[in-house]
Design a protein around this ligand. Structure first.
Ligand code: ZN
Length: 313
């Protein structure tokens, strides 16, 4: 059980959300959204990904975005990187933290990185050594950790083996990603508990997609077994270019609202997030999965009707 009553939410819309859109958003428009997100109280924002421009053309302006955005002192900037070239670009752009992209299964990894999982993690070694000579913090990730669209369930032994290889490189900060929304609350608890038991000094976080409507339940399950760091995306914008039919991340406004309703502090200004989410929903051709955009907050009370309309008996 988690005795804390506070969670940290990282906004990932500028990376996970913007890369999932069919169109490439003009740089200045991205910068304007990110600057608004800076005002919401997030301690960390995933601003972009330093992947090859041909792989994800939507984020080809990563360096330019980082040059142009505001940099308030309380907000850390994170970027996703697939390789050493990505790290060099991230160092040059002065991001605070990079997250390594790694898939739990060989099928997903081959699709994503053109290498098996263990080949890909081996390839991170020179990158981690290079990062040691820079101020950048390197975190790991395990994509499709709770189910792979090609291989199905991922055995716990696999997570443990991957975490061991990260540990050998000195990486103890790992994001567990439910990339295609195949997790459920029991699975989250099983995987997180097993990993926390095996690696008590590690820091694990959750990156949840709401593909099957279970992301909030999964977040609560994670919280109950000690997770306090979560990713989410305004308006639930997001997907995975390498995972068929992967829909958006859990919407930031849903995650913030849900935790706050439970008395768990997020430090986020929910109304500001809702305003940004509304702008995104109006601007982009998305079918948002956000419940708060549809229904409003629980605290948005309605005027009670003067007379009840009697329905049936
Ligand atoms: Zn994602």
């Amino acid at each position: 059980m988690n005795n804390l009553n506070q969670v940290n939410i990282t906004e990932v819309c500028p990376r996970d959300g913007f890369q999932s859109l069919p169109e490439t958003i003009p740089t200045d428009e991205k910068v304007a959204y990110i600057n608004q997100m800076m005002e919401c109280g997030f301690k960390q924002i995933e601003v972009t990904s330093f992947v090859h421009p041909k792989a994800v053309p939507q984020l080809k302006d990563a360096s330019e975005v980082l040059e142009k955005i505001n940099r308030p002192s309380g907000v850390k900037l994170r970027a996703l990187i697939p390789n050493l070239r990505g790290l060099e670009r991230a160092i040059e752009a002065k991001v605070d933290k990079v997250k390594l992209m790694l898939s739990a299964t060989d099928s997903h990894s081959k699709n994503n990185a053109n290498a098996t999982t263990f080949e890909a993690i081996k390839g991170f070694e020179p990158l981690v050594q290079r990062a040691e000579t820079s101020p950048i913090h390197v975190g790991g990730s395990i994509s499709v950790a709770f189910g792979c669209p090609y291989e199905g369930s991922v055995p716990i032994e696999r997570h443990i083996e991957i975490a061991k290889r990260y540990e050998q490189m000195g990486i103890t900060d790992i994001s567990l990603a439910d990339t295609t929304g195949m997790a459920n609350p029991y699975k989250i608890k099983r995987v997180v508990e097993a990993l926390r038991k095996e690696f008590p000094s590690f820091h694990f976080s959750l990156h949840l997609h709401n593909t099957r409507g279970m992301a909030f339940a999964n977040a609560v399950a994670g919280f109950e077994v000690g997770i306090v760091d979560f990713d989410s995306s305004a308006a639930g914008l997001g997907g995975c270019p390498y995972a068929p039919n992967a829909s958006g991340n859990i919407a930031t406004e849903d995650l913030v609202h849900g935790f706050e309703e439970m008395g768990i502090k997020t430090g986020i200004d929910l109304n500001r997030v809702i305003n940004i989410a509304k702008l995104l929903e109006q601007r982009f051709p998305i079918q948002s999965d956000s419940f708060i955009l549809k229904a409003g907050k629980c605290s948005d009370l309605h005027i009670a009707p003067k007379e009840q309309t009697k329905i049936g008996n």
